[in-house]
Write a protein that binds this ligand. Structure first.
Ligand SMILES: Nc1ncnc2c1ncn2[C@@H]1O[C@H](COP(=O)(O)OP(=O)(O)O)[C@@H](O)[C@H]1O
Ligand SMILES: [Mg+2]
Length: 347
């Protein structure tokens, strides 16, 4: 059993007091010439010692307890309500350990709050920046129309169409923002099911065929997949992944390029590695590690006025990570880019 510090304190204090009382008594006996037997003196001192011991021990513990409790309350180390009297230690070492731990926890908390605050500020700046461009475009067309271009029938429909394009772009950005805020607030609810990945990719190919045709880009598989490839995942979210990646391969692809999708089974992990390879403009080394960040766009694509919010890849990464899988990127500037991610094979 560990001796409580206050017992030691009380013991020595009472011992000192008893000693002085004994000395005082002795002196008074000598001066007053009283005849008190030795055992009487001893009993008195002993009783005095025991009494003071308990009083001191009780008072000291109460005193320390009160102080410590106050410190506990002030630093709100623990919920004071469930603070049992026994669990409070009068041991200062433990307390200071707790306080140091508390301070460390607070430091970490403040640090993460700072990071979040910076992120929030950056996020707001990025959003307004991304929204401004299409808004001003739309406003420009509307103002021109109002200033008289409305009279010309051809110009009118041309400008209205362009304004509509701008609005569509705004809607795309807002949709991306909506999705990413859901993904980041963790209320992303995955509806896992087994589906045929080959079929899903084919559907996305069909959906993006028009866009690809405009740049004479061919969307295809590395070989004919005769049998379905069943994987586990949230089919709508994975479709979003394919849309974002294939759209990128078209947007940043060269004229007459190709985007090839292949599936590779990994028996060790029981997963399929899905790779999308294009032979487009590629990404310079210095940008590779950053393209998955929100709003990050390679500067040269930004100036080229390719529509896009820079959120596409961060959405992709979130979705894949929500599936407990990873995505990797390989790219050589001027040669092409490939994205690979895995999905669990369905039984
Ligand atoms: N297949 C690709 N080939 C070349 N660059 C790409 C490719 N995919 C993405 N990138 C680069 O990564 C950046 C981020 O992509 P993304 O998050 O989808 O944003 P966005 O498409 O809106 O620009 C793009 O701006 C582009 O520069
Ligand atoms: Mg994109």
């Amino acid at each position: 059993m560990k001796f409580k510090k206050t017992y030691v304190f009380a013991f020595w204090s009472s011992l000192q007091l008893s000693f002085f009382v004994l000395v005082l008594l002795f002196i008074s006996i000598v001066f007053a010439k009283l005849s008190i037997p030795f055992w009487g003196l001893l009993t008195f001192t002993l009783t005095f010692f025991i009494l003071t011991f308990f009083i001191i021990q009780y008072r000291a513990e109460k005193f320390i307890f009160k102080r410590i409790k106050k410190i506990y309350e002030e630093v709100s180390l623990l919920d004071v309500a469930d603070l049992k009297k026994e669990s409070i230690t009068t041991d200062i070492e433990t307390l200071s350990r707790e306080v140091i731990k508390f301070a460390e926890d607070k430091r970490v908390e403040i640090e993460s709050l700072n990071v979040r605050e910076n992120y929030r500020r950056e996020f707001l700046g990025n959003i307004s920046h991304e929204l401004k461009t299409p808004l001003f475009t739309v406003q420009g067309y509307i103002l021109t129309l109002l200033e008289g271009a409305m009279e010309d029938k051809d110009i009118r429909s041309k400008y209205l169409n362009r304004a509509n394009k701008g609005v569509e772009r705004l809607i795309d950005i807002v949709k991306d923002l909506d999705l990413i805020s859901k993904l980041e607030s963790d209320d992303l609810h995955l509806e896992i099911s087994s589906f045929n990945a080959v079929e899903l990719v084919q559907q996305v190919f069909d959906m993006l065929e028009m866009k690809a045709k405009k740049k004479h880009i061919q969307l295809c598989f590395d070989k004919a997949y005769e049998f379905p490839i069943f994987v586990l995942g949230d089919i709508n979210k994975i479709e979003q992944v394919f849309i974002n990646l294939i759209e990128n391969s078209i947007k940043y692809g060269n004229l007459n390029g190709t985007t090839i999708v292949n599936f590779h089974y990994n028996p060790d992990k029981n997963t399929y590695l899905i790779t999308l390879q294009d032979n487009g403009e590629g990404i310079k080394k210095e940008h590779i590690s950053r393209v998955f960040e929100r709003f990050y766009r390679v500067e040269q694509s930004r100036t080229r006025q390719q529509g896009g919010s820079g959120l596409g890849l961060s959405i992709v990464k979130h979705i894949i990570e929500a599936h407990q899988q990873t995505i990797t990127l390989n790219s050589e500037f001027g040669k092409g880019t490939s994205f690979s991610f895995s999905l669990e094979k369905a039984k």
